[in-house]
Design a protein around this ligand. Structure first.
Ligand code: C2E
Ligand code: MG
Ligand code: MG
Ligand code: MG
Length: 290
């Protein structure tokens, strides 16, 4: 698939470029097929309190379950969905499915106050979003206070008045706002000042760094997390550590004053039906024990 100019051999396209275009086109086709044929799923990953490890909430994580290829990695799907604006339709499916599952989970004893965090890309903050979300939570009998809207600095970086308006509207409606992947972008602190944020999610790169073999890296990362946590608490924000994989990380973060944790140490992202079975089983185990 090379196109060469006979005289000087200049290539208009190289093979890598063509492969990339082909695979993006393929991913786009999979997204479209997934929307039409219902291949999208909202996996759920529990978020636990660091003292006691009880479940405080769940994060909805998009998965495309291709009938032949199986689960496709979300990072690729999301970037193509954003480029092609299909993320709005994908996001609507995730909202609907995840909230329906939160309603099912709520019927398990002890789970009635858990929250649901949903990730949003910049394009999803269209004027129709607040009414759409209100309709879904209303239909499932979920209080809006149980919904957390996760945004990244990419959303705030747009500094787009429409995005700001929609986020403010969602918050007035009762939803809480979480700033995701905190510490990975730019000028994070200025966003805290200009945006109404209720929850700070410290990126998993920090969770890794607190046990880094290099003393200097480890000390500085710990001081940064402690500082951010103190600051967040002064601003009445809850602090969550992402990507906790070891007991040591968990212990350190708990000692440092973080509120919640999320990671493979506690629970992996799971198919909602599997999670519901597990939660139901462990509830009845508790009931039998008491
Ligand atoms: P995120 O919002 O920061 O989600 C956390 C990511 O960390 C998830 O990756 C999760 O599977 C992973 N994770 C959780 N615990 C651990 C751990 O202990 N160790 C490690 N190494 N990873 C852990 P995932 O599911 O691949 O999602 C990637 C990103 O895609 C998300 O990052 C989020 O930014 C985006 N995303 C996922 N679902 C949606 C969605 O429905 N809509 C939009 N717009 N973006 C989404
Ligand atoms: Mg997130
Ligand atoms: Mg994150
Ligand atoms: Mg992330």
């Amino acid at each position: 698939a090379k196109k060469r100019d006979g005289k000087n051999g200049a290539q208009l396209f190289d093979n890598a470029m063509l492969d990339r275009a082909r695979s993006r086109a393929e991913i786009e086709a999979n997204i479209e097929a997934g929307l039409v044929d219902n291949w999208f799923e909202a996996f759920l990953q529990p978020i636990v309190t660091l003292n006691g490890r009880g479940i405080a909430g769940f994060e909805a994580l998009m998965r495309l379950n291709h009938p032949h290829k199986g689960m496709m990695p979300p990072a690729e799907i999301i970037s193509v969905a954003e480029e092609t604006a299909k993320i709005v339709r994908v996001g609507n499916v995730i909202m609907e499915k995840a909230i329906a599952n939160l309603a099912k989970i709520s019927r398990i004893p002890g789970m009635q106050d858990t929250y649901l965090a949903i990730n949003f890309s910049p394009l999803q903050f269209e004027p129709a979003l607040p009414a759409r979300l209100a309709a879904i939570v209303g239909r499932h009998g979920i209080r809006p206070e149980r919904i957390v809207v996760e945004i990244t600095e990419a959303v705030l970086m747009h500094d787009n008045p429409q995005i700001r308006l929609i986020v403010t509207e969602l918050r007035r409606f009762g939803c809480r706002i979480a700033l995701d992947d905190f510490g990975t972008g730019y000028s994070s602190l200025s966003y805290l000042n200009r945006f109404p944020v209720d929850i700070i999610k410290i990126d998993q790169s920090f969770t890794r760094a607190i046990n880094d073999g290099d003393d200097d890296v480890r000390q500085k990362s710990r001081m940064l997390i402690e500082g951010i946590t103190t600051l967040s608490h002064k601003m009445n924000c809850t602090v969550i550590a992402e990507g906790i994989e070891t007991e040591e990380e968990c212990r350190t973060l708990h000692q440092m004053g973080l509120d919640y944790g999320q990671g493979y140490l506690f629970h992996r992202p799971q198919h909602a039906a599997t999670l519901i079975e597990e939660l139901t089983a462990s509830q009845s185990a508790v009931a039998r024990a008491s």
